[in-house]
Each structure stands twice: as C-alpha cells, then as structure tokens.
Design a protein around this ligand. Structure first.
Ligand SMILES: [Zn+2]
Length: 679
C-alpha cells in the first residue's frame, strides 16, 4: 500500500475516534447486526468537520474537499477493517458492500467553494463539494431509487456466481441506469452479470427545482418594463434522510456535488445535495440618518412620523401628497410581512379601487415582492416532472414564490371566476390544497398536499370600468362603492378596501406635471425629497420595522375590543346578521401593530389603534355604507400635508376622532343597551 494512503487511513481512524464518529458508526453497525438481515450494501453517514480533519492531516482534508469519492473509499476501507476486527456485522462479507456518505459540516468560506448558479462557467465535472443557495420553485413527490444492488455471474462454474463481489452503489449524479442495468460482464469469465433482485436496496429520492435568489428580481414590480425574460432553474436531488427536508418557496443554503445528467438528448446540470440549511432572513442594517432625524423631529406626536413617511413615499411614482391613504396602507402591509417561519404571522391584503394602476406596481419594497405575470398561475399547480420520470411535480407559482412577502396580482377582474374563488378560500384559510391524481402520475393512491400560503396579496379594480358596466342602484347607501362585479365574500376576504379618489382637479395638476416630467426624462429625480429619502432608505426602514417585536398595551387592547363590539352591534341587521366577522378583530390588532412598527415603537398605543380603526372603518364604509360611527371620506388624511401647521391641524383632527371613538364605544359598546335595527 502507498505510504500516503496508509497514513490517510490512520488519520481517518484517529478522526473518527476523536470526533465521536466511531461510536456512532459502532451503534449503526449494531442496528444492522441486530436486524439479522443480509443486505447488498450497508450505508453509513459520517459527519466531517473539514477544519478539524485538515488540522490532523492536510492531505486527507484536501482529499475530502476536492475528491470526496476517493476520500469515501478511504473511510470505506477503515470501516471494513473495523467491522471485521470487532465482528460488528456478522452478515457483511466484502468491503464493496459498505457505502460511505461523507457529510461535511461546512466548507471553507472561500469563493472557490461557492457555486453561483447565475455565473458561468459552471464547474459540474470535478465531482467535489460546493456551497450553493436558492429558492425552491417546484418540488416532486418522493419516489424510490436504487441505493445498492448485488450482481452475480451467470456462469454457474465461475467463483463469482455467488458471494458479494459485484456490488453496485449509487454515486452522486448517477442515473438509475448507471447503477443497475443488464450489460455488465464478469471480469473473470466475461459472462453477463445478473442482478440478484432480492438484495436490491431502495432509498428515497426527491427532485427539487430551485432558482437563484437573484432571479426573483425578474418578478418584482420595478423591472416590469422588461416583459420578456427566461428564468433558468436548476435541479437538486434530495436523497434518503434529506427527502422532504425542503419546503416550497423557502430559501436554502446547501452543500452538494454538482453533476451532469444525460436524459435522451438533453443534458441537465443538477446537484446532489449533501446537507441543507434554511437561510435566515437578511440582517437589519438599521435606518438612514435622514429617517432618524425625521423621527426625532416628529417625536411630539404619535401620528406625524408615519404621516410624513406616507406623504413622501414612492415620490418616484406619484407626486408627494397624493394617494396618502393608499401609501400608508401599503407601508403597513409591507411591515407586516414576515420572512421567518412563523405559524401566527399576520397578513394585510389590500384591494385598491383606482383608475391609476401605477403605484402598487412600483412599490413592492420587500425582498419577496412578486408581481404576478398574467400568463402564469397564482396558486401552486401540478405537472409532470420534466426529467422524464413521469412523477408529479408541484410548481410554486406566484403565491409561493412570494412567501414571506407580497404577491401583487394586478387587476382583480382580469382573473377567471374559478381563480377568484380559489383566491377567496386562500385569503380565508391561508392554505391551498394540491391534488395529485395517482393514476396520472404512476402512484397507487391519490394524494392531497396542503400548502401554507404565507403571503399578503395586493390587487386593484379599475373604478371607471367597474362602475360603468352596471347601472347605479337607486338606494345606494352613503359612502358605499358599487362593486357588484366582485363577489361579496371575496370583497370581505381582503383586509382593507382602499379607494384612491383624492384625484380631484386640485390634485390632478401635480400628477400631470409629474407624468410629463417622467416622460421627458425617466431617470431624472423630480423632487428633492426623493433624494433625501430614497427607495433604498425605505427598503431598509421596512426591514428594520418589520423585525420589531411589538406588544399591545392594555388601553390599546380595550380600545380595539370596544370598537369591535360596538361596530359589530351597529352593523348587524336581521337579514344578513353581522357584517363584521371575527377575523375583523384579528385585523384590527394587526393594523394597530403595523402602525406601531412603522412608527418604530414597541408598544401599541391608543393612537395606533385610532389609525387602525379609521382605516378599517373607511374600508367598511366602502363595502357596506356608513354607520353611526361616521368617518370622513379621507379619514386618515383629511388635509394636504404641506407644512408644520397642517400636521398640527391633523393632530387636532385625530384627537377629535379619538374622542368620537370613545363616545361611540360608550354609546354602543359592551355593557350598554342600544336600539338596533333588530329591535
Ligand atoms: Zn464469471
């Protein structure tokens, strides 16, 4: 034996002993031995810390990182000797029956170990470990593959017609036909080899399609001036213990070995995954100096900071001061997104009634802001796996791609009726069910997969269009919008209904001016304010705000409950029952919390609740008409915010609203007797 090989085997044994790997190996052997069953191959997973092993012996460390198959052979040999010397598995006969899977705990943090799937050339030939990262966009069902098989010589007199000399083991990147097929010949007598089927060892396999996170930008609103794009996904293989370890829509960092798979005339690059780690959300970089200064300037009132935020938000799209209610709602929706795996996340879905569709398109300032392309499906679909296996593959589609963010689905009425019904059920349950017919995909039984939809939805309806198609009813309630083209249940499923009707003649001028300027020079920044508070600053602010942990003060909680109960009472009639569902309570809490976060505070105050109530009541008024608790058409922004004085004026107005709210609760809230329409 070559001295360096012998040395590496010694080091491998020392490493196993020191790292605790030997004990684990002995335990695994015991399980095989106790089962008394004879297998073609015995599979062992060995965890390797590359730095520890490189410190022991640089040559072995190098081998593991750059020639993992060869390194596995070294461990295979060491493990075989250990089994034989210590009589660990009685049934085991040859070294070939040992299948070693090396799992590095990490790779050196150097560029040469990173495989970026959007950079070329890709090294997929060297069969070594790389780190990579991607978002799961499609996922196949778990199927079987051949982990190992035993072959025998078909010539009875040949010594290899028995025993465990011809063992085929799956290696990374190998297709099924590479592991088992019928044209192998005996190396002794050249007779054909035959598989001993009763010894075939099967494992689990799952094919997952991923895209580089950078590819998401193609779905984001602000790049929609490039309508033609193609996204190249890549396939990763999850085998055995890794099956079902990824979830659709999530972003993962993983270590794996790239390989090239030939399927008919197509060659596909894929990665055999070795270990998986869920990517934690981006760290908070803090907020810009200008926002900090603004926060200190506005500290005298709980309403001013968010008012100014909304007022100047998206000034690259609309002039400052226009559509403030919508812009505030968008900001609240953005800070309620949650990119962590959390069961109890809040969502704020917006339905915008407008004749100007510019804005929602352009301000999806979260990493997962997906603009749904009209040609695609919103919700997950099932299709045949494109690798020719005939198995089912679930495609993420827009809603799952937007996991933890916003999915902007464009014009609500452009979607077909069945899709809208599905949307309604998703908004209500936050889950969708995918049905996989067994017959079609080569399975014995039908399968149903329930997928959580952790996304907030934004959509709009064109006000001109939706009202023109119908003749106005005579008995329209005050403030109620005529939205008969939308099913009432769907309308209710959206958290907030917002109408952009501020575009009176007085407002139309700056907007027109803005559009003209943009048309002449699209790159020009039209307002100095846009330079002080850039889109990037808003993005950072949102990341910072959404990660704040906020809690309700008892006064805030009382106010929410009081309003909810009073409002439920006054909005109940004998025919339809109450127009307020229990989800309204959750929404009010969520809106209040969102306003607190956007104000960069941690405790929800009555002031936050007031904004939530005004937004909510405005939305209710648009849906069902005004109630006793009558709010102004632009309840949150009744005046133009042009100077300090107008902010002061708004504060006074909001304080009056607060008093009205308390009065409303006192009159109709819990513990009071009222005459409702029922009585
Ligand atoms: Zn033979």
């Amino acid at each position: 034996m070559r001295p360096d090989l012998l040395r590496m085997k010694e080091v491998a044994l020392i490493y196993l002993d020191r790292s605790g790997g030997l004990q684990k190996f002995v335990d695994d052997c015991k399980r095989y031995n106790d089962s008394k069953q004879s297998y073609a191959v015995y599979r062992f997973i060995i965890s390797i810390n590359p730095s520890d092993i490189a410190e022991l012996d640089a040559a072995l460390g190098n081998q593991i990182l750059h020639k993992p198959m060869k390194a596995a052979q070294i461990f295979q040999s060491v493990c075989f000797i250990a089994i034989k010397t210590l009589s660990l598995i009685e049934q085991l006969q040859t070294e070939a029956q040992i299948n070693i899977v090396l799992k590095p705990t990490h790779l050196p943090p150097l560029p040469s170990y990173v495989l970026s799937l959007c950079e070329f050339p890709l090294d997929y030939m060297s069969q070594r470990f790389y780190m990579s990262e991607g978002i799961v966009i499609a996922m196949g069902t778990v199927t079987k593959y051949t982990q190992g098989a035993r072959f025998l010589c078909s010539e009875e007199t040949c010594p290899f017609s028995e025993g465990f000399n011809y063992i085929r083991v799956h290696i990374p990147g190998a297709t099924e036909s590479a592991t088992v097929r019928n044209d192998f010949v005996c190396s002794l007598c050249a007779s054909p080899l035959q598989e001993d089927m009763k010894f075939r060892v099967l494992g689990d396999k799952q094919l997952v399609e991923m895209i580089d996170a950078k590819a998401l930008s193609a779905f984001q609103g602000y790049s929609n001036n490039k309508p033609h794009f193609r996204i190249q996904s890549f396939t990763v293989f999850l085998r055995d213990e890794l099956s079902n370890k990824m979830k659709i829509g999530n972003r993962y960092r993983f270590i794996g070995i790239p390989a090239c798979i030939q399927n008919c005339s197509q060659v596909t690059v894929c990665i055999e995954v070795n270990s998986i780690q869920l990517c934690s959300p981006e760290g908070t970089s803090g907020i810009s100096e200008n926002f900090k200064y603004l926060l200190s300037l506005t500290s005298s009132s709980c309403w001013r900071f968010t008012a100014i935020l909304a007022n100047i938000f998206a000034s690259q799209v609309v002039p400052p001061g226009t559509y403030n209610t919508l812009k505030l709602s968008i900001l609240l929706s953005l800070v309620q997104t949650c990119d962590r795996e959390r069961e109890t996340a809040d969502y704020l879905d917006l339905l915008i009634v407008t004749s100007d569709t510019l804005i929602a398109d352009s301000v999806c300032l979260v990493a997962r802001g997906i603009r749904h392309p009209a040609s695609n499906d919103i919700f997950p679909t099932v299709s045949k796996d494109k690798h020719g296996t005939g198995t089912a593959s679930i495609q993420a589609c827009s809603a799952l791609l937007a996991k933890g963010g916003i999915c902007f689905i464009g014009d609500l009425l452009s979607h077909k009726k069945d899709k809208l019904e599905l949307l309604q059920s998703v908004l209500e349950s936050r889950t969708t069910t995918v049905f996989i017919p067994g017959k079609k995909y080569g399975e014995d039984v039908d399968q149903q997969v329930i997928l959580p939809i952790q996304t907030s939805f934004w959509t709009f309806v064109d006000e001109d269009l939706s009202s023109k198609t119908y003749v106005q009813k005579d008995n329209t309630l005050i403030g109620k919008l005529d939205l008969r083209s939308i099913a009432a249940n769907l309308l209710d499923a959206f958290g907030l209904l917002i109408r952009c009707n501020e575009l009176s003649c007085q407002r139309a001028l700056p907007l027109l001016d803005h559009i003209m300027k943009k048309a002449i020079d699209p790159e020009e920044v039209p307002y100095t304010i846009s330079q002080q508070f850039r889109t990037q600053d808003y993005e950072e602010l949102i990341v910072f705000a959404k990660n704040l942990q906020v809690e309700l003060s008892s006064e805030a909680e009382r106010l929410i409950h009081g309003y909810y109960l009073a409002s439920r009472r006054v909005r109940t009639d004998s025919i339809h029952g109450s127009k307020l569902s229990t989800s309204a309570l959750k929404l009010l809490v969520s809106l209040s919390k969102a306003h607190t976060k956007l104000s960069l505070r941690k405790k929800v105050l009555e002031e936050d609740v007031l904004i939530a109530v005004l937004l909510f009541e405005s939305s209710l008024t648009l849906k069902h008409g005004a109630s006793v608790f009558c709010v102004a058409p632009n309840a949150v922004f009744p005046f133009d915010l042009i100077d300090e004085n107008s902010l002061q004026q708004r504060d006074v107005y909001l304080m009056q609203c607060h008093q009205q709210l308390l009065q409303f609760i006192a009159t109709y809230g819990p513990g009071t007797h009222v005459t409702t329409s029922e009585e």
